[in-house]
Design a protein around this ligand. Structure first.
Ligand code: NAI
Length: 250
């Protein structure tokens, strides 16, 4: 029950890493606003988790993280439903890409930057203001990627956005420490979720072979790390990147 009494927002909480993290947080006693572009899937996740009788509580919220007013409303909803906010996990994201010289900027650059980069900035800004105004410590965890630290095939825009997440994290930690706010980025490697499952079996086998256990990371294994980072046990971890990539980057 490491997160007992904590209130968290998890964006992209309806599936994959986000959903696994909601489940972990609730088992650890947190109250979680499951925020996703799909209200239907967020509500379904909330209902299914409530049915397990886990210690914490959940509520669902529709948000498009690429729209700042919606992110502000999401933070307001967490406070309205659960009374305060302690943790935001900026995790919603989209993936995919084309060779650089085939790009149409309005299709292959701008939409992904709006979700994967701007969405994290908006989450940091809206939650940071809430933490400051509450006068309580806050934790901002954001999902980058191994691609945020390296070039990769078909990954020009995704890598740029995920690199920005790391930069935002460092700068936010630097500026917001005065308010007792921590910021940490995680870089998953290959995690078995919808983003990866769209690829062929052959490519998935290649992805698994790139990791030291010769398997993809489980979403629940990422969730375990996020729960630790959100807890008071991680108070000394700030402004940095935690690699949860099964050795991919080593
Ligand atoms: P997923 O596709 O299972 O989950 C992403 C969730 O984000 C979905 O529920 C989706 O509805 C939601 N979402 C998408 N656009 C949104 C928007 N504009 N506003 C609000 N919600 C939105 O994928 P997964 O793998 O769980 O991805 C979570 C994060 O992890 C993403 O940021 C992704 O880039 C990152 N990541 C994933 C890796 C993997 O191997 N699966 C590796 C490295 C990073």
């Amino acid at each position: 029950m490491r997160l007992e009494g904590k209130v968290a927002i998890i964006t992209g909480g309806a599936s994959g890493i986000g959903r696994a993290t909601v489940e972990k947080f609730v088992r650890e006693g947190a109250k979680v606003l499951i925020a996703d572009i799909s209200l239907e899937r967020a509500q379904q996740a909330s209902d299914e988790i409530a049915a397990t009788g886990a210690a914490g509580a959940t509520a669902a919220c529709q948000v498009d993280v690429s729209v700042f007013t919606e992110v502000e409303a999401m933070v307001a909803k967490a406070v309205e439903v659960f009374g305060k906010l302690d943790v935001i996990f900026n995790n919603a994201g989209i993936a995919g890409g084309k060779p650089l010289l085939d790009h149409d900027p309005s299709v292959d650059y701008e939409p992904m930057i709006r979700v994967d980069q701007d969405g994290v900035y908006y989450g940091i800004l809206a939650a940071g203001r809430q933490f400051r105004d509450q006068g309580t410590p806050g934790v901002i965890i954001s999902t980058s990627s191994i691609y945020g630290e390296q070039a990769a095939e078909l990954s020009f825009t995704y890598s740029a956005a995920k690199a920005a997440v790391i930069s935002f994290t460092r700068s936010a930690a630097y500026e917001l420490a005065q308010f007792g706010i921590r910021a940490v980025a995680i870089t998953p490697g290959r995690v078995g979720t919808a983003i990866i499952n769209q690829f062929s079996d052959e490519l998935k086998a290649t992805f698994a072979a790139e990791q030291m256990r010769n398997k993809m990371t489980e979403p629940s294994e990422i969730a375990d790390v996020v729960a630790f980072l959100a807890s008071d046990e991680a108070n000394a971890i700030n402004g940095t990147v935690v690699h949860v990539d099964d050795g991919y980057s080593s």
